[in-house]
Design a protein around this ligand. Structure first.
Ligand code: LLP
Length: 451
């Protein structure tokens, strides 16, 4: 199999009941239909319209606790820095901040979002292969917990900048362990040919340089080997074994190593593929890095934010094509790009109790965007659905709304947070005026002409 994201088409898909049973924040009710916590999705669609992203606060909290609990149970001193890139909605960040999670950010925008959601600067780590001087200035000004540097060039630049500002940057060195995380090629990051981190062999000398330069205080090593890792713990173990070896060597040279950033990447079962648990990850960390007795950090995004979110869409029409049935939705690749971009599989559930129980037949589920790639699923077992019928794309809380665009001049969809029996719009649907805002016609195109 080329990639675990490209699932074996010979395997039958899980049925609606299986998909539901694996997602405890979702339930099907005879009258209300598909419900998130205690809020029927039909109610949200009536109030907010579609397409809309819906997030379960309860599921976010449970998953945050599962991760922190797993570290603790494995006897590790650890902290979880949620990878903000997965879902930057301020309400989502606020829920996670309430669980004591810190943030892993990769841009000025993410740093600002984390701070706006109430995550203290002392709980924020800045990662990324191309931080600009402006971003580093902001990070130093905010005095965030740690900046993970990824190259010798960045080390020199940050040292000069911090020294000129009279600051001392706490920095981690991101090391590329050259292990194969066996995930989709577009989201693997820990191979030597990937752009991320510095080569394992170059790390000791660079770390020593970091300790010698003004304006810098090296605090540890960071590794992140890829995303949607479902192929067991072997790649993680290999990476962390290299991390242990490096940390031991640095400590033996009298260099300071205070903490170890173990990255993110924990995969989730989008279909029914086996996926590692937080306990397995914590166990792999304890087995490899435990003897060093240093605090560890995790940077998970998808594992926390993916399953709690869904994309709610309406059927525009059902179209009979040549030998196939198309379900054309009001959501498209500009909303949820993962199927078009990574051939990702997302569960699709009908929302009405009648549709949920109806006989199914294969359908191609597509959006209205003018590209064949605007296809969410092919040959998916779904009932006949009338215009206006609602469907939910599962596990869309991570890398969903954040990867949306306005392609085809389609407004960004609304976002909704459900918390028990309450729900609130946590980002308004973008208006058409807002899409056009900021565009200007230069004077030479308009002078003396009638529109
Ligand atoms: N830390 C670093 C340095 C990262 O680059 C990433 C993700 C994470 C943590 C969080 O990884 P996670 O736990 O979410 O796997 N758009 C793709 C995923 C891109 C992941 C990029 N980096 C997708 O939709 O599958």
């Amino acid at each position: 199999m080329a990639s675990p994201l490209l699932l074996d088409p010979a395997q039958p898909d899980p049925d609606f009941g299986d998909l539901l049973a694996a997602r405890p924040h979702l339930s099907m009710h005879a009258l209300d239909g598909l419900t998130v916590e205690e809020v029927p999705l039909a109610r949200i669609a009536a109030a907010v319209g579609t397409p809309a992203w819906v997030y379960s606060a309860g599921a976010l909290r449970r998953r945050a606790r599962a991760l922190t609990g797993a570290l603790k149970s494995a006897g590790l001193r650890g902290s979880v820095h949620y990878a903000v890139k997965a879902n930057t909605n301020l309400a989502v960040l606020r829920v996670l901040a309430g669980e004591g999670l810190g943030a892993d950010v990769v841009s000025e925008g993410e740093l600002r979002a984390a701070r706006a959601a109430g995550i203290p600067a002392s709980e924020i780590v800045f990662s990324g292969v191309g931080k600009t001087e402006r971003e580093l200035r902001l990070a130093l000004g905010e005095d965030i917990a740690q900046i993970n540097v990824e190259s010798a060039e960045e080390v020199e630049m940050l040292s000069a900048l911090a020294a000129s500002l009279g600051r001392v940057a706490r920095i981690g060195l991101r090391v590329n362990p050259d292990v194969d995380a066996k995930t989709h090629a577009k989201i693997t990051t820990g191979r030597s040919e990937n752009k991320f981190g510095v080569a394992f062999e170059d790390a000791p000398a660079l770390y020593a340089r970091m300790a010698a330069l003004p304006g810098l205080r090296p605090v540890g090593i960071a590794m992140h080997i890829g995303s949607q890792i479902t192929a067991g713990m072997a790649a993680y173990r290999a990476a962390y074994a290299r991390m242990a070896e490096l940390a031991t060597a640095l400590l033996a040279r009298g260099l300071p190593v205070e903490q170890l950033d173990c990255g993110g990447g924990l995969g989730i079962p989008y279909r029914d593929e086996p996926a590692p648990t937080p306990e397995a990850l914590a166990g792999a960390i304890a087995a490899t890095l435990g003897p060093l007795n240093l605090p560890v950090m995790l940077e998970p995004g998808r594992w926390i934010a993916g399953p709690p979110g869904l994309l709610l869409a309406s059927v525009v029409l059902q179209k009979q094509g040549t030998g196939r049935r198309f379900l054309v939705l009001d959501a498209a690749m500009n909303d949820l790009v993962r199927p078009a971009m990574y051939d990702a599989w997302h569960g699709i559930l009908p929302v009405s109790p009648r549709d949920f129980a109806a006989a199914t037949a294969p359908a191609d589920v597509v959006g209205p965007v003018c590209e064949t790639g605007d296809t969410f699923a092919r040959g998916r077992a779904l009932p006949s659905l009338q215009p206006g019928a609602l469907v939910a794309f599962l596990d869309a809380g991570a890398y969903g709304a954040v990867m949306s665009s306005t392609y085809n001049m389609r407004p960004l969809a609304a976002e909704v947070l459900v918390d028990g029996a309450r729900f609130a719009v946590v980002r308004d649907r973008q208006t058409h005026d807002a899409i056009l805002a900021g565009q200007r016609l230069p004077g030479w195109l308009t002078e003396g002409t009638q529109p």
